[in-house]
Design a binder for this molecule. Structure first.
Ligand SMILES: C[S@@+](CC[C@H](N)C(=O)[O-])C[C@H]1O[C@@H](n2cnc3c(N)ncnc32)[C@H](O)[C@@H]1O
Length: 404
């Protein structure tokens, strides 16, 4: 019996389960659900166990670098659904995907239908060769697959008025002007953008000559390489176990922190509590968007250390000033978690006090609000930026932030 006859029912069952799970999560529109039911995800991840292929929450890694870090994947189904929804892709549209795998482009093709067109660009010929092959096998040979740097878009396939939707599926540090210039007046640009190290998938649309966000979702992605690659700077606070990473331009000289961790610890509790399962993504964003000297504290998963007690070992908001730093911590009391702040160094008391105030403000004002991002061209002078909105300068753009 040919292999597909034994596997097909299983794949179909798993696809159905995946779709039901995503529907329960509330991330599907009817159109995206139909697309996910139509596209055989296993075609885009050959040789991978079907249960992994159809896991609704995890990506399928398809390529790693020499350090074992993922450089390409078929993204997690929930995230694909979220971003397709953010992009508002509809019938007849002409859409551009940056970062190919084939599966997401096939979903897009289902969404745009026979009158629409999909172009997908990847910088890695290994990825585009596979994507082209899988798309043809899956019945989506009419998707344009381009090998190139996505920061430049794909002018050769662009409609005259620009793309109706551009979806970037690699972690970007900046908003490429090459892509902004290719976005149609009514289009959406969806970009997983790093804001001081925290990534949010942001759907942007035009408003008064600049871009403004329509939605913002938590996510993670393999970083973009090529023209717009931007690497974090890591400063090791203690051996190889504890690090502070800096992701923006105005990095304080981290070498000044040598020995800071060994100095006395200042601790202050905020009185701000949440349930252990509550999200504090808005707090991460509030700090990342507004705090000078922002950094992310991380601790090696294997390390058995109590020298730092971060909120979360993978990524905890921190601030650095000269020879001092402070970061968020937590303590558990029954069913609730209280935020605290720990600092080290000569300015620890001051830094800790500032962070406590910010956490308290978040609790009283921002916790349940929505953060919006505006993207202005780099040459926009200060006086043309919205007054009172914090500014984050990138290489090609100027971001400002506001809450509603
Ligand atoms: C998460 S994968 C894309 C997943 C894909 N959209 C899918 O169907 O699930 C990210 C891809 O972005 C690509 N990439 C990274 N930098 C890029 C760039 N500057 N231009 C185009 N592609 C890039 C990587 O090679 C990788 O294949």
């Amino acid at each position: 019996m040919p292999q597909h006859e034994t596997e097909e029912p299983n794949a179909a069952e798993l696809r159905d389960k995946m779709v039901l799970n995503l529907r329960e999560q509330g991330v599907l529109t009817n159109e995206i659900e139909n697309a996910m039911r139509a596209v055989p995800r296993e075609v885009f991840a050959p040789g991978i166990p079907l249960a992994e292929v159809y896991d609704p929450v995890d990506a399928v890694v398809t390529k790693r670098d020499e350090h074992g870090m993922a450089t390409s994947s078929v993204s997690a189904p929930w995230l694909q659904a979220v971003m397709l929804k953010q992009a508002r892709i509809g019938s007849g549209m002409r859409v551009l995907e940056i970062g190919s795998g084939g599966y997401n482009a096939a979903l897009m093709k289902e969404l745009v239908g026979p009158d629409g067109e999909v172009t997908t660009v990847d910088i890695d010929p290994f990825v585009t060769t596979r994507a082209r092959r899988f798309l043809t096998q899956g019945g989506y040979g009419n998707v344009n697959v381009v090998t190139g740097d996505g920061a430049l878009g794909a002018r050769q396939h662009m409609p005259e008025q620009g793309w109706d939707a551009i979806v970037i599926t690699a972690g970007a540090w900046d908003v490429s002007p090459g892509l902004v210039s290719q976005l149609a007046p009514e289009g959406r640009l969806v970009v997983p953008l790093r804001i001081n190290g925290f990534t949010r998938s942001i759907a942007l649309k035009w408003e008064d000559g600049h871009l403004v966000s329509e939605s913002l979702e938590e996510c993670g992605f393999v970083p973009m390489t090529g023209l717009d690659q931007h690497d974090k700077r890591l400063f090791l606070l203690h051996g190889e176990e504890i690090g502070l990473s800096f992701d923006e331009h105005d990095v304080p000289d981290p070498a000044r922190l040598t020995g800071a961790l060994e100095s006395e610890r200042t601790v202050e509790w905020t009185g701000v509590t949440i349930a252990p399962t509550d999200s504090f993504g808005t707090l991460q964003m509030q700090l990342a968007a507004t705090q000078p000297g922002f950094a992310i504290l991380s601790v090696d998963e294997q390390a058995d250390t109590t020298m730092v007690l971060p909120l979360n070992r993978r990524a905890t908001p921190a601030v650095v000033r000269d020879r001092s730093f402070a970061y968020l911590t937590k303590r558990r009391a029954g069913d609730i978690v209280e935020f605290g702040v720990i600092g080290h160094g000569p300015d620890a008391k001051d830094l800790v006090g500032n962070l406590v105030t910010t956490v308290t403000e978040w609790d009283s004002t921002y916790q349940h609000r929505t953060l919006h991002v505006r993207v202005f061209a780099k040459e926009t002078p200060d006086e043309q930026l919205p007054p009172g909105e914090p500014v984050l300068d990138k290489r090609h753009s100027r971001l400002t932030f506001f809450w509603t």
